[in-house]
Design a protein around this ligand. Structure first.
Ligand SMILES: [Mg+2]
Length: 418
């Protein structure tokens, strides 16, 4: 039996949130994002998109295309609040929900059609979200995540598109390969170079050829082009955390060594964050003294997955937590209060160069192994690697005494919608 998978995506989410709190922003070309010229666009209103402005585009280019646009910095606290509200509404009505980013959701509603048409159900849910949150949202309904997401994208804004199993190929084949989820700019270039521009063409290339061309992701892309996607809708769990700790075989007092270890751990965790599309808003460092006394400290920060930002904070935390002249037996670092944020390194300090650097590093790590490329100091820690425990666990397991707000929460969303 075919599955019924709904993909929901809030339309120009950051723009819509800003308009909720300031109605003077309605109807004008509006850009959320880079306040400096080196920044990138996080989100653009439909009025700005008419001039060619897109998410992920360098701000200087957006300014050139649409000089009359109003540019504002993002307010991530507002976006989180709006996102939580929508999440609650969906969770209340849906049997199985996955939150794949701050403004995107997948629902598996297989079986609902017996009692209630899936399309009718989705339409009513969508109307309820719009009524209760004031935020415009689109949905796509089909038999798997890939096709549903594409249906949402094609129907936007205010879309409600259903693609049934027999219609999948006629729906997908004429579309540009760019519209296939998982195809980024560099894959698009590679495919263009060998003349593959339409999904229909891509679907005809044997999977093995795609595998040779693009590695493991080539096989996935090949399947998706045929409208096949077995990825399940994963149940949503609220805040998660990601942590790593080392217990030393011999207790140490060597701060240089501790910093080096910390660098390696932060680097690994950051890679994991970015691979799974997470951003963290809280970092903590803990140490255990030789007499088993444990100390820890944490900072609340602006959402990020940037190695440099988090390393610097980890060093600061280590300095403030390691106060006694006593050997320590364990050091740990954890990132807490994670949110989904795709193609993002930092909510408001992303620049094109930084995104490109991290994308390249992560590609090398994914293709080979995570030690294939490392920051200078992190490399040394691998030479002396000891016990390594990393896991994702619920944040409520972790209790810390202090809390310090380093930055205001400002930021923006950043992704290519098309
Ligand atoms: Mg959206």
């Amino acid at each position: 039996m075919d599955k019924a998978v709904v993909h929901l995506d809030l339309d120009t989410f950051f723009v819509s949130c800003q308009r909720l709190v300031d109605s003077s922003l309605i109807g004008i070309p509006l850009i959320i994002g880079g306040s400096s010229n080196r920044g990138v666009v996080s989100c653009a209103s439909m009025e700005a998109r008419k001039f060619g402005v897109r998410s992920g585009m360098p701000q200087y280019l957006a300014n050139k295309l649409c000089p009359q646009a109003k540019v504002i910095r993002g307010d991530f606290e507002l976006y989180t609040k709006c996102s939580d509200l929508v999440t609650d509404i969906i969770q209340e009505s849906s049997p199985l929900m996955e939150k794949s980013s701050i403004d995107e959701f997948y629902l598996d509603i297989t079986g609902l059609d017996k009692y209630f048409g899936c399309y009718k159900w989705s339409t009513e849910l969508r109307q309820r979200i719009i009524k209760e949150s004031g935020l415009p949202i689109s949905f796509g309904l089909s038999v798997n995540k890939t096709v549903s997401k594409m249906a949402t994208n094609e129907g936007k804004p205010l879309g409600a598109l259903k693609i049934e199993a027999p219609e999948i190929h006629s729906f997908m084949n004429p579309l540009s390969v760019k519209r296939l989820p998982g195809i980024g700019n560099s894959t698009f270039q590679t495919l263009s170079r060998i003349g593959i521009r339409k999904i229909g063409t891509l679907a005809e290339v044997p999977m093995e050829v795609m595998g040779k061309l693009l590695g493991k992701s080539g096989m996935t892309i090949s399947q998706r082009a045929k409208g096949i996607d077995h990825t399940p809708v994963k149940p949503y769990s609220k805040r998660k955390s990601l942590s790593k700790e080392r217990t030393f075989q011999q207790d140490t007092i060597d701060k240089g060594y501790l910093r080096t270890l910390l660098t390696g751990m932060v680097e690994d965790l950051c890679f994991k964050l970015r691979s799974d599309n997470w951003l963290t808003s809280n970092i903590s460092v803990k140490i255990k003294y030789t007499n088993f006394d444990t100390e820890s400290k944490q900072y609340s920060i602006n959402y990020t997955s940037c190695d440099f930002t988090l390393m610097r904070l980890a060093f600061e935390l280590l300095e403030s937590v390691y106060q006694r002249r006593m050997r320590i037996r364990l050091i740990g670092v954890s990132f807490n209060k994670l949110v989904k944020g795709r193609h993002q390194i930092d909510m408001f300090e992303d620049t094109e160069e930084k995104l490109a650097l991290y994308n390249t590093m992560d590609r090398i790590k994914t293709r080979f192994h995570k030690g294939a490329i490392q920051w200078g100091t992190g490399f040394m820690s691998k030479q002396k690697e000891e016990k390594d425990d990393s896991e994702i666990k619920p944040a409520q397991d972790i209790l810390f005494p202090s809390n310090r707000h380093l930055y205001e929460s400002v930021g923006g969303d950043q992704k290519y919608h098309r």
